[in-house]
Unconditional design. Structure first.
Length: 292
C-alpha cells in the first residue's frame, strides 16, 4: 500500500513537471460559459479538448460556472462532464444552483397572474408551451418533442394538461414555434406587463419569459459577489441574445464566431466557432498555455 501511494505521488509530480505552465496575467478568477451554441458542439457534445482545458484551469484554482437557459435536469450531465463544483446559473438567470450541495442559492419565479396569462395564451396558440416549475419541466403531449435543441427533454419532463394545474409559480416559461406566432405572444405580454417581465429569444423559434431583472448578467453578478469576485476578474462566453447581459458585464467576454452580430457587438472579443474548440482555444490563449 505504501509503495502504491509513493508511486501515485511520483506519477502526479511527473505530470505536473511535463504540463505547460499557466499564466494569469489578467487576474481572471472565474469563467462563465453558456451551453448551447457555445460550450456544446452542434451535436450537443463537449469536445475532449475543451474538457481537458477546463479541468486544467480548474486544477489551478480558476472557477468554472455553467450559465444556461436550460433547467437543472438537462444541465446536470454537462456540469458533471466538465467536473466543476462551482454553482451554475440556470433558467436564463432565474436561478443560481449549487449542484454540489443540491440546493438553490437564489431563485425567483414569475407571479401567478403572469403564469395564468401564459397558460391561457398557450390554449389558443400553435406554439408549444414548456414551463419550468419547482425544477420540473412541464409540457403537453403535443409539445413533448417540440424542443429539438434538447432532444432528450421529451423524456426528462412531465406531460400535463395545464387545465389541471391549480397553482402556478413558473421559474421560466418558453414558447417553441414560428417566429410570427411567438412575436404575437410577446406583443401581448409586453402590452400587459411591460418591463415587469424579461423576455428573450434564445433561438429564432424559442421565446423565453422570466420575471423582470432575471438575466444571466444579473445572476452572474450576484453569484460572483458571493465569492468576492468582480467583473474585472471574470471571463464569459456566449452566442445568443440571452447571453448579452452576461457578456456586457464580464470584462473579458467573447462571442462565438457562430453568434449573432448583435451579440458580438456587446462582447469584448470573439472566439472560434463552437464546432472548432472556440472556448478551449480562447482560454488557452488568454492563460498562455497549449495542450496538444
Amino acid at each position: 500500500m505504501a509503495n502504491s501511494r509513493v508511486d501515485a505521488c511520483l506519477h502526479k509530480t511527473l505530470l505536473w513537471d511535463i504540463l505547460p505552465a499557466m499564466e494569469n496575467r489578467y487576474d481572471i478568477q472565474a469563467i462563465a460559459i453558456d451551453l448551447d451554441g457555445t460550450l456544446l458542439t452542434s451535436n450537443k457534445t463537449i469536445s475532449d479538448c475543451t474538457i481537458r482545458t477546463l479541468k486544467y484551469v480548474m486544477d489551478r484554482g480558476i472557477h468554472v460556472s455553467i450559465a444556461t437557459g436550460r433547467g437543472l435536469v438537462s444541465s446536470l450531465r454537462y456540469v458533471e462532464q466538465v467536473g466543476t463544483e462551482f454553482p451554475a446559473v440556470c433558467y436564463n438567470g432565474s436561478c443560481i444552483y449549487d449542484f454540489k450541495n443540491h440546493r438553490d442559492l437564489w431563485h425567483i419565479q414569475l407571479p401567478e397572474e403572469v403564469c395564468r396569462t401564459i397558460v391561457s395564451l398557450s390554449f389558443e396558440s400553435s406554439a408549444h408551451l414548456h414551463a419550468f416549475m419547482d425544477h420540473t419541466l412541464y409540457y403537453t403531449e403535443a409539445g413533448r418533442r417540440a424542443d429539438y435543441l434538447d432532444p432528450e427533454s421529451h423524456s426528462s419532463g412531465t406531460v400535463v394538461d395545464f387545465h389541471d394545474i391549480h397553482s402556478f409559480s413558473f421559474t421560466k416559461a418558453m414558447f417553441i414555434g414560428s417566429f410570427e406566432e411567438t412575436e404575437r405572444i410577446r406583443s401581448i405580454l409586453h402590452d400587459r406587463y411591460g418591463d415587469t417581465l424579461h423576455t428573450v429569444y434564445s433561438h429564432e423559434h424559442y421565446f423565453e419569459i422570466m420575471t423582470g431583472g432575471a438575466t444571466k448578467g444579473t445572476a452572474l453578478e450576484r453569484l460572483m459577489h458571493m465569492y468576492g469576485i468582480g467583473s474585472h476578474q471574470v471571463m464569459a462566453f456566449g452566442d445568443a441574445d440571452n447571453d448579452k447581459e452576461m457578456l456586457a458585464w464580464a470584462k473579458y467576454s467573447f462571442a462565438m464566431e457562430n453568434a449573432h452580430d448583435s451579440v458580438k457587438s456587446v462582447a469584448s472579443g470573439t472566439a472560434a466557432h463552437n464546432d472548432d474548440h472556440g472556448v478551449a482555444n480562447k482560454i488557452q490563449h488568454m492563460f498562455g498555455f497549449s495542450l496538444d
